[in-house]
Design a protein around this ligand. Structure first.
Ligand code: PMP
Length: 373
């Protein structure tokens, strides 16, 4: 049997025993009163997690990419344009989705180590008409956290819908849908919710639901919010078989979040991120984002010269901790360490001890590069 390792990749994240237990219960009918009650509770909890009172929540078998597709196809129609603010990698995915469906799309790529500056957004939307603006809150490839609250207030001055890709942020970093004027939050089960992968999760404003109703047909069937809406209102209705075990696990995940207190959860993410970053800096590592853009959900950590990616991650895993390699042009140059979901500070300290052990066993000790930037 494999010895269990601490999974600190940027999702899936470690799964709390209460969630594992929920997931392992016998499968029940998808129209049984128990499933109906569990999905209803999960939907209500989800709205509380994103501070939304009036919007419509959706929990559907799939993953974050399906949620991205659902958000776009139900908001923007042929002949309209969407603006994507990319802080690294996942904005490009949104652009590809728009292109796949023949939707007009412009992308603003942030400068290296930064998020897209709010003034760049203001300039653009004051000059060109967009139906929607999409921003990645935390880009999982770069570890850059975008100022989505500031984006929201600019976008609201001009009127487009604001879609936030919160896959690597929702439930770990503050997102206030109603107060900030966010129209869609896209997320997934496997990151800050701490639930195994398998769900596309969205919360959609009344404004977007009205837009969808006005569009008549859209190039989607499974991804059409109007096919799911009756099920979300009354989960005893059938559209496509829901993953009952995963919904139960997700519901348990949302209960854990609300028991902790969503604001306490944000504070815990900030605290654990600080502990991890301080240690990494102390050891001479550096981060991809500039300080003001550092995400509290994951760290994208640059290797000092001489530290080899594969050997480092393999040895770290032997010492009990799994971290991820870099994505795209950062492959081989960084490792990515998730610190989101239900991670405790003792798990974080365990990981940092394992990190020191790893460095010692591959021949590094003390400061790796005291001048690292
Ligand atoms: N957006 C962001 C910011 C992500 O980090 C990810 C997944 N890493 C996705 C979208 C896509 O989610 P999924 O892999 O669940 O399809």
């Amino acid at each position: 049997m494999n010895q269990e390792k601490l999974l600190l990749i940027p999702g899936p994240t470690p799964v709390h025993p209460r969630i594992v237990n929920a997931l392992s219960q016998p499968t029940i009918s998808h129209v049984s009163p128990i499933h109906v009650a569990e999905l209803k509770e999960a939907l209500a909890n989800l709205k509380n997690i994103v501070f939304c009172q009036k919007g419509e929540p959706f929990i559907v078998a799939g993953a974050g990419t399906l949620a991205m597709e659902m958000a776009l196809l139900n908001t923007v129609t042929k002949g309209e344009r969407v603006l994507v603010l990319s802080q690294g990698f996942f904005g490009q995915r949104m652009e590809k989705i728009a292109q796949s469906f023949g939707l007009g799309c412009d992308l603003i790529q942030s400068e290296e180590r930064k998020a897209v500056e709010p003034e760049v957004l203001r300039d653009r939307i004051s000059q060109k008409n967009y139906t929607a603006v999409v921003a990645t809150h935390v880009d999982t490839a770069t570890g850059i956290c975008a100022p989505v609250h500031e984006y929201a207030s600019i976008i609201n001055e001009f009127g487009p819908f604001f879609i936030v890709d919160g896959v690597c942020a929702t439930g770990g970093i503050e997102e206030r849908m109603d107060d900030w004027g966010v129209d869609v939050i896209i997320t997934a089960a496997q990151k800050c919710f701490g639930v195994p992968p398998g769900l596309a999760v969205l919360v959609v404003s009344e404004r977007v639901m009205k837009k969808r109703e006005s569009m008549e047909t859209i190039p989607a069937y499974y991804a059409d919010l109007l096919n799911w809406l009756p099920v979300m209102k009354d989960p005893s209705k059938y559209f496509s078989t829901p993953c009952v075990n995963e919904v139960r696990a997700f519901n348990e995940g949302t209960k854990i979040m609300l028991e902790e207190g969503i604001e306490n959860r944000f504070v815990r993410h900030i605290r654990i991120a600080q502990i991890i970053r301080e240690k990494l800096l102390d050891l001479g590592f550096s981060f991809i984002p500039e300080d003001r853009y550092l995400a509290d959900t994951l760290s994208v950590v640059r290797y000092p010269e001489g530290l080899e990616d594969e050997i480092f991650r393999k040895t770290f895993a032997e010492n009990g901790v799994i971290v991820a390699g870099g994505l795209g042009h950062l492959a081989g140059k960084v490792f990515r360490m998730g610190h989101m979901g239900n991670l405790t500070s003792s798990q974080a300290y365990f990981a940092l001890e394992a990190l020191e052990k790893t460095l010692a066993s591959i021949g590094y000790s003390g400061k790796l590069n005291p001048n690292a930037q």
